[in-house]
Design a protein. Structure first.
Length: 176
């Protein structure tokens, strides 16, 4: 396995741990649960994520996931559950959580927080006071993913991929 894919999987594990912690912190305010698919859409991902997911599907001997183009995300089943949940990309792992990001569109530049509109709808003491201890810093995650992506491209020049190139996740259905 490539070093970049190993680094990606470590980042994914770290995001899962942070997500679990945030779900505990915000228990009662987070309504996103299994079957909630309001944020789900067909995605493109960096090649490192695509090849990591494809590799895991192959290692587990799983068939290519079923893709239903009639769904908002083709990997959703009829009940709104993700058919590739254990292998889903980082963006799917963070949806709904309170995500902090540096907003460079305002002056002065400031940190903003975004989250699914279904969450934090009820007044609650911690919902109004987002900070580093109860949000996921999306910029840090994205910066780490970008560096891992660049390392993957360096490891695999034979793929002839450009840094800005992304791969449709639905191509996983083309796997043998």
């Amino acid at each position: 396995m490539s070093d970049a894919i190993e680094a990606y999987r470590r980042l994914r594990d770290r995001v899962d741990q942070m997500s679990e912690s945030l779900n505990k912190i915000h228990d009662g305010q987070m309504v996103c649960k299994a079957g909630c698919c309001g944020c789900c859409v067909d995605l493109t991902v960096f090649p490192v994520e695509y090849y990591s997911i494809a590799g895991e599907l192959g290692q587990k001997g799983l068939p290519s996931p079923v893709f239903d183009p009639s769904q908002k995300c083709g990997f959703l089943d009829a009940s709104g559950l993700c058919r590739m949940y254990p292998y889903r990309p980082l963006i799917c792992r963070t949806q709904g959580l309170p995500l902090a990001f540096l907003n460079e569109d305002v002056s002065p530049v400031e940190m903003n927080v975004t989250f699914c509109e279904k969450n934090f709808a009820e007044p609650h003491s911690d919902a109004a006071d987002f900070g580093p201890e109860n949000t996921l810093n999306l910029d840090d995650i994205n910066d780490s993913l970008w560096q891992i992506h660049l390392a993957f491209l360096e490891e695999h020049p034979e793929l002839h991929l450009e840094p800005s190139q992304r791969i449709e996740l639905k191509r996983l259905t083309e796997l043998p």
